[in-house]
Write a protein that binds this ligand. Structure first.
Ligand code: CP
Ligand code: NVA
Length: 330
C-alpha cells in the first residue's frame, strides 16, 4: 500500500511511483463496482471543485462532472472563453483565487508548465485534464481497460501508431515504463517522442522489466502486439496547416485489417477518442473534400470491430477520474 495521496496534485505520471499508480487502479475498480451496483458513494460531500478548460472536451469534462456529482461535490465548469485567466488576470492570481474557493482544480490547456504553475500557486490539488505534453488521467482508464481484457498488463506489448510524439503517446510510454508494459512507438522519424523523455522512460522500464522501442517499420512494430493504440494526427492547439504533411507522413501508420492481423490473435484496438474513422464530423468531411480520405488514423471497420474497446475506455475515464479525485481530496 503506498503512502496516502491526500493533498497531492495529479500533473503527470512521472511524479507517481508504480505502487501509487497501482493503488489508483485498484481504487478505480472499487468505484466501478459501486457505480455498477448502484451503491451511493458521496464520500466528499461538502467539497467543491472547478474545471478550467482552455480546450474543448467531451469525455474529460463529463467524467469530472459525473464523478464529482457521484462523490457529492459541487462542480463549476469554466469554458475556454469564460474565465479571466491569461487575458485580464495572471495565472498566479487565478490559481490563488480558485484555491481560496475550491478544494480541487482540473485544468485542460496548452503547455505542461501552466498546470505545474497552477499547482504551485493554488494550495489545493490540481489535476491535469490534458496538456500539449501529457494526458495522465487518460492513462489510468487505458490500463484499466487493458486489465479488464487480459486479466493483467505487465509483460504485454502495446503499440502506439502514428503521431508518437503527442500527449497521449508520451503518456502511454510513461505509464508502460512504470507498469512494466513493453511499449512500441511506431511512426515516422519526425513524429517520435523527444529523446530525453525516451531515455527517462527506458531507465524506468528497465527497473520494471519492460522495454521501450521506437520504429518506423509497421510489420515489425505491430507483430504479436496485444494492444494497438492510435490517436488523431493533428492534436488540439496545432495548426490546421499541418494536415497535409501529417496525412502524407502518417497514412502508412493507419490502423487497418492488415495491422490487426499482424498483431496477436487476441489483440485489442484502443483510441482515446475523438476519432476520425468516418465522414460523420465537420473536420472529417473537410479533410475528405481536400485530400480524398474517408477515414484517417483507423479504418471504420476496425473501429467498429469486436476488437475495438474504445467505448469501454471512454466509460473508464469516469471511474478512474473519480479515483484520482477521491485519493487526493479525502
Ligand atoms: N479522450 C479525451 O480526453 O476526450 P475529450 O477530449 O472528449 O475530453
Ligand atoms: N492528442 C489529442 C488527444 C485528445 C484527447 C489532442 O490533444 O487533441
Amino acid at each position: 500500500m503506498p503512502r496516502s495521496l491526500s493533498g497531492r496534485s495529479f500533473l503527470k505520471l512521472l511524479d507517481f511511483s508504480t505502487e501509487e499508480i497501482q493503488y489508483l487502479l485498484e481504487l478505480s475498480k472499487d468505484f466501478k463496482r459501486l457505480k455498477r451496483a448502484g451503491t451511493p458513494h458521496k464520500y466528499l460531500t461538502g467539497k467543491n471543485i472547478v474545471l478550467l478548460f482552455e480546450k474543448t472536451s467531451t469525455r474529460t469534462r463529463c467524467s469530472f462532472e459525473v464523478a464529482g456529482n457521484d462523490l457529492g461535490m459541487g462542480v463549476t465548469y469554466l469554458d475556454p472563453g469564460s474565465s479571466q485567466m491569461g487575458k485580464k488576470e495572471s495565472l498566479e492570481d487565478t490559481a490563488k483565487v480558485l484555491g481560496r474557493m475550491y478544494d480541487g482544480i482540473e485544468y485542460r490547456g496548452f503547455d505542461q508548465q501552466v498546470v505545474e504553475d497552477l499547482a504551485r500557486h493554488a494550495g489545493v490539488p490540481v489535476w491535469n485534464g490534458l496538456t500539449t505534453q501529457f494526458h495522465p488521467t487518460q492513462m489510468l482508464a487505458d490500463v484499466l481497460t487493458i486489465e479488464e481484457n487480459f486479466g493483467r498488463y505487465k509483460g504485454l506489448k502495446m503499440v502506439f501508431m502514428g503521431d508518437a510524439r503527442n500527449n497521449v503517446a508520451n503518456s502511454l510510454m510513461v505509464v508502460s515504463a512504470k507498469l512494466g508494459i513493453n511499449f512500441v512507438a511506431c511512426g515516422p522519424k519526425e513524429n517520435m517522442p523527444e529523446a530525453e523523455l525516451v531515455a527517462t522512460c527506458r531507465e524506468i522500464a528497465k527497473e520494471n522489466g519492460s522495454t521501450i522501442t521506437l520504429t518506423d517499420d509497421v510489420k515489425e512494430g505491430t507483430k504479436g502486439a496485444h494492444v494497438i493504440y492510435t490517436d488523431i494526427w493533428v492534436s488540439m492547439g496545432e495548426s490546421p496547416e499541418l494536415w497535409a504533411e501529417r496525412i502524407k507522413n502518417l497514412s502508412p501508420y493507419q490502423v487497418n485489417d492488415a495491422v490487426m492481423e499482424n498483431a496477436a490473435p487476441d489483440a485489442i484496438f484502443m483510441h482515446c477518442l475523438p476519432s476520425f474513422h468516418d465522414l460523420e464530423t465537420t473536420v472529417g468531411r473537410e479533410i475528405y473534400e481536400k485530400f480524398g480520405l474517408k477515414e484517417m488514423e483507423v479504418t471504420d471497420k476496425v473501429f467498429r470491430s469486436r476488437r475495438s474497446k474504445v467505448f469501454d475506455e471512454a466509460e473508464n475515464r469516469m471511474h478512474t477520474i473519480k479515483a484520482v479525485m477521491y485519493a487526493t481530496l479525502k
